[in-house]
Design a protein around this ligand. Structure first.
Ligand code: NAP
Length: 320
């Protein structure tokens, strides 16, 4: 039997529907909407597209969202000045600097930006203070993608407490916070990476397998215990026809989409996994939509917190 598909679009819609009246209530109380400052450096088309959908989604939910654009030639000092201005702005509760930054800014540019953000406006949850709070399972702004995955699992009634969870990928933005959130919900967690020995065998132990590598179709059926829940975080744009023809049958929806567009965004999970897993997040329509919904929720939480009100995100782990 094919896996049950976990519908990220529906869960993201539900989260936005919960956030909207709370934004309205905040706006009435504070005399201003929660505010988000988005910073885009350069003209990378994918980044511009992400920023546009964040702006649109924020506006639809009643938030104020302002875009600060810097040219690709901007220096890290220019960027840090914008961050400093947004840190001091009363109208902005959240700040998001779109990744990736131009290479010319240097290898440690992203880290310098995260360090410069005011932790109470760090709606991406990347500042060391928020990461530390997450480690200690205290109230924190938590990275949007892993936080969204937890929402998807919980709202899809996938049991986490007591489950064996395997997270493939150890990045600061997905793998590590994902593992911590699962741990705080009482899963027994293994984190895997490029040096892990016998990855398929380890992955097969998982009741919940999270693939966050950025390697299209890497996780094959051999990685998956029958009936396991598989979360596919990967998003890699592929325009190589041979790869698409190897993965998708002629006449399939995905093949047709490739013929129309000339490329496809692929996840890290091989299509054959659908026949083994019990539940699976599709790409597109699984994890992706949740990231923006959680950004809106984090901005609202930051606004409430900054206004000194009750609310916020609760403890990072949430579970008792
Ligand atoms: P990243 O920083 O490149 O990290 C990738 C991780 O995968 C690293 O820890 C790396 O191990 C591991 N890895 C790479 N090749 C591997 C292999 N052959 N075997 C085992 N582990 C391997 O990527 P990221 O930022 O975490 O993103 C991961 C994917 O998620 C990307 O496709 C990204 O586009 C996607 N993503 C999607 C969303 C969304 O909203 N849907 C949000 C964020 C990210 P090492 O540490 O040993 O190098």
């Amino acid at each position: 039997m094919p896996a049950r598909l976990l519908d990220g679009v529906a869960v993201a819609d539900a989260i936005r529907a919960e956030v909207r009246p709370m934004v309205e209530a905040f706006t009435t109380r504070a005399g201003r909407p929660p505010g988000l400052g988005l910073v885009l450096v350069g003209a990378d088309p994918a980044s511009a597209l992400y920023v546009t959908s964040k702006l649109k989604s924020a506006a639809e939910t009643g938030l104020r969202a302002d875009l600060e654009r810097l040219p690709a030639t901007a220096s890290i000092a220019d960027l840090l000045r914008v961050v400093d201005r947004l840190n001091r702005s009363d109208a902005h509760d959240g700040i998001l600097v779109q990744s990736p930054l131009p290479e010319a800014m240097g290898p440690d540019a992203e880290r310098r930006v995260f360090d410069a953000l005011s932790p109470d406006k760090d709606v991406d949850g990347f500042h060391p203070i928020n990461v530390g709070r997450l480690v200690q399972n205290r109230q924190a702004l938590v990275a949007c993608t892993p936080a969204g995955i937890i929402e998807l699992l919980e709202r899809s009634t996938i049991p986490i407490a007591g489950a064996r969870a395997v997270v493939i990928g150890r990045s600061d933005i997905v793998g590590k916070p994902m593992a911590l959130l699962l741990l705080h919900r009482h899963a027994t967690v293994t984190i895997c990476h490029s040096r892990t020995v016998d990855l398929p065998q380890l992955a097969r132990e998982a009741d919940i397998l999270v693939a966050a590598l950025g390697r299209p179709a890497f996780v094959t059926a051999a990685f998956v215990k029958p009936g396991a829940t598989v979360v596919d975080v990967g998003t890699t744009r592929v325009d190589d026809r041979a790869t698409i023809e190897r993965l998708f049958a002629p006449g399939s929806k995905r093949r047709a989409a490739f013929e129309r567009r000339g490329s496809l965004v692929l996840g890290d999970v091989h299509p054959a996994v659908e026949q083994v897993a019990g539940a699976l997040t599709p790409v597109p329509g699984g994890v992706g939509p949740l990231t923006i919904a959680m950004l809106l929720r984090n901005t609202l939480a930051a606004a409430i917190q900054r206004a000194g009100g009750a609310g916020g995100t609760g403890r990072a782990g949430g579970a008792g």
